[in-house]
Design a protein. Structure first.
Length: 454
């Protein structure tokens, strides 16, 4: 989405706007994610794309979790439902899936991180002995690494977990839920010297910035890994047929994420029997614990709520009015950024004058951005004057930033000189055997160091 946003006003060969001419079909898969500010940007971006294509392309929105498609389509497409676009339900009969929900909360005296690493060890143990794969969703990359690199590593490689779960002196009763021996089949056994290392190796991280992401995905598909601890990167558009268990830690930002995540599991009839165990671990906050008593609001809640599309947001509107002007400048062969295609910098005053000139020339095309289906209190044509004032103020603002930058450099130079003086005073205080002067000089040096580091 953001790449396309910058390609439309580009005149470079690799991103030339001419590429979009004659566009006939636009497909937005997993369309439910285009909500709030992103949805507002998509609405205007589609209008700009129509201008660039010079045609009326067919637009297809695809999703399994849009609760009110008519209203959502109207907001994103700016079209009238039933008259200008149709809602088509999937005609293909899907195999029925059985989803077993386990919604639980963490004990108030325990941390949710402890529960997660113990869950990861359990699921990796299940994979070792039963070859059932799992995905654990955690929305924070920082927590994801902390659980995997610190807690899991220490628990398995140092404390040799889950050794106690296989110790006959601790878990003699096969019906004891603490007993993991029930997962063992055939002649396999738990060896406390080697099995914890093996179990740890079955658990990997997955997020957008993982260096070996493709390798992790391939090993997971091939059945070499048992548990992926992932951010929302595995939520959309992926198919891992052997996944039977999905755990979501905490309530995600969008309730639609719950069915999307659960939908990653139980896909293969032969391997999973089209059955999914959906574990939802609630953290100790009032908002999350509410769902312990109202689980139907968690499971079916996305079907009731409206999907907001922030197309009325004034910042979103101004942004796309300005970029529609840039698009038109590109179509007229003009540079749309300070750094020109020949590598030289454009004079800022000249660049601003060119933008203001094209704002006036583009007024008719800006009418395309205006709402067709609802009354808009701030139509794009009426925010033009605000944009012109803001654009004209750019040279003055740049000069203010330059002066502020120079002042910061001067202040930094003064601090550097005071720091050198403080160091000389420390040396002098030692020679004079003056502990008070040395202490005060060190305090000053510490303050300066913190100021220059911050």
């Amino acid at each position: 989405v953001w790449a396309l946003d910058f390609r439309l006003p580009s005149t470079t060969i690799e991103h030339n706007y001419e590429f979009f001419k004659g566009l006939s079909i636009i497909v937005l898969d997993e369309a439910h994610v285009y909500q709030s500010l992103l949805g507002g940007n998509i609405r205007y971006l589609l209008k700009r794309l129509k201008l660039a294509s010079g045609s009326e392309p067919m637009i297809i929105l695809s999703s399994a979790t849009i609760s009110k498609p008519e209203e959502f389509g109207k907001d994103v497409l700016d079209l009238d439902p039933g008259r200008e676009f149709d809602v088509v339900e999937a005609g293909k009969k899907r195999a029925r899936k059985k989803v077993i929900y386990l919604i639980m909360a963490v004990h108030p005296q325990r941390s949710w991180e402890t529960a997660v690493y113990e869950l990861a060890i359990l699921l990796a143990t299940v994979f070792k002995y039963r070859r059932i794969q799992s995905v654990i969703f955690i929305d924070s990359i920082r927590e994801l690494y902390r659980i995997h690199s610190q807690m899991l590593r220490v628990a398995t490689l140092y404390y040799r977990e889950p050794k106690d779960h296989f110790d006959a002196s601790i878990v003699a009763n096969p019906n004891d839920p603490y007993n993991y021996n029930v997962y063992i089949r055939g002649k396999e056994r738990f060896d406390p010297r080697t099995t914890p290392d093996e179990i740890y190796s079955y658990i990997k991280l997955h997020h957008a910035n993982v260096k070996d992401r493709e390798s992790v995905e391939r090993e997971f598909v091939e059945g070499k890994l048992g548990v992926l601890i992932s951010t929302s990167t595995l939520e959309l558009g992926v198919d891992y047929p052997n996944v039977s268990i999905v755990a979501t830690i905490g309530i995600p930002f969008m309730l639609e994420s719950i069915p999307q995540r659960i939908g990653r599991a139980g896909r293969d009839r032969r391997r999973t029997l089209n059955t999914t165990l959906a574990i939802i671990l609630l953290r100790n906050t009032p908002l999350e614990l509410y769902y312990l008593y109202k689980p139907e609001d968690l499971i079916e809640g996305f079907k009731k709520k409206d999907i907001p599309v922030a197309w009325r947001n004034i910042a979103v509107k101004k942004y796309h009015v300005l970029f529609t002007v840039f698009d038109e400048m590109a179509r007229n062969g003009l540079d749309t950024c300070i750094l020109r295609t020949d590598g030289r910098l454009t004079d800022i005053d000249e660049f601003v004058d060119r933008i203001v000139d094209f704002i006036d020339k583009t007024k008719k095309k800006l009418a395309v951005l205006a709402s067709r289906t609802e009354r808009d209190e701030d139509p794009p044509q009426e925010v033009i004057e605000d944009i012109k004032r803001e654009v004209k103020a750019i040279p003055e603002r740049i000069e203010e930033w330059r002066k502020a930058h120079d002042n910061i450099l001067d202040a930094y130079g003064v601090l550097a000189n005071v720091r050198r003086l403080a160091r000389h005073l420390i040396v002098l205080a030692k020679k004079m055997s003056d502990p008070d002067l040395e202490r005060e000089s060190r305090e000053i040096l510490g303050l300066i160091w913190r100021a220059m580091s911050g």
